[in-house]
Design a protein around this ligand. Sequence first.
Ligand SMILES: CC(C)(COP(=O)(O)OP(=O)(O)OC[C@H]1O[C@@H](n2cnc3c(N)ncnc32)[C@H](O)[C@@H]1OP(=O)(O)O)[C@@H](O)C(=O)NCCC(=O)NCCS
Length: 247
Amino acid sequence: MSITLTMPEPAEVAYIHSLARKRTAGNFTGTRLVIKSDGAPVGVGLISSKDEHADVLVVSSDRNVPGLVDTALALLAERALSRSKTTAVTVHRTPDRPEDVDPGSRPLSQKEWALTQPVTVENFEEADALGVAALCHGEGWQTYADAAVAAQGCAAPGVTTVVARNSLTRTVAGFAQVLSDGIAQGYLAQLIVHPAYRRIGLARTLVEIGYDRSGAQRLDLLTDDAQDFYETFTGQAKPGYRIYPRQ
Ligand SMILES: CC(C)(COP(=O)(O)OP(=O)(O)OC[C@H]1O[C@@H](n2cnc3c(N)ncnc32)[C@H](O)[C@@H]1OP(=O)(O)O)[C@@H](O)C(=O)NCCC(=O)NCCS
């Protein structure tokens, strides 16, 4: 069973408005998304963001879908925390009555929320290509933003790609790609952690596991913005250069 969030189609707008209004007495304004289980609408997800804080709430029309509320809440929190402004999120349980909505509960910081998520680091599989492409798209990295290119590149000979998967939301929380001769040289070609999962040590874990599994003795890389992160490793900064195709 796959639970997803989608923007409402025109035909779904009335359904989600009536469901959301009925259950929250119209108190919850913000983004409304349709929650689907295997493609069929089963509820509405709401994200209300103000300044650095977001409230997320699930209004379910089908309580028989196992894991629906927890998975949808985690997906909504991921979505809310990927806004660069948002640093904290309050996750609201599905209210049975409007007054059950508890806007006063303490917001979890992005880091606290991320630490509650079931994330494991494993070798890349083809099913991860869409998630890898979405992360690249989010960073504006065009090449692997195409899932077909990501699928081929992450599994190419001499490439070790490790992904951090959230087993609840079935999303890719981060990935690292190492190119290596398997005996001495290694190049860390790509590393991204989804904004909702940052500063909990995930990138460090991805680099350590990718490095280890690549068989390389040393790892080189280029970076524009992540110098502070790489300086937490034992290593040395050296000048680098990137050659582009001849015009
Ligand atoms: C850079 C990036 C991969 C770091 O991911 P992360 O999972 O948050 O990193 P970690 O939690 O493993 O960080 C480990 C340590 O590195 C340092 N660090 C990480 N990000 C940092 C930042 N933005 N500023 C300063 N120090 C940072 C900190 O010392 C951190 O430890 P701390 O949180 O206990 O202080 C992530 O911010 C990202 O995906 N950025 C966009 C893509 C990118 O720039 N990739 C690298 C391209 S070369």
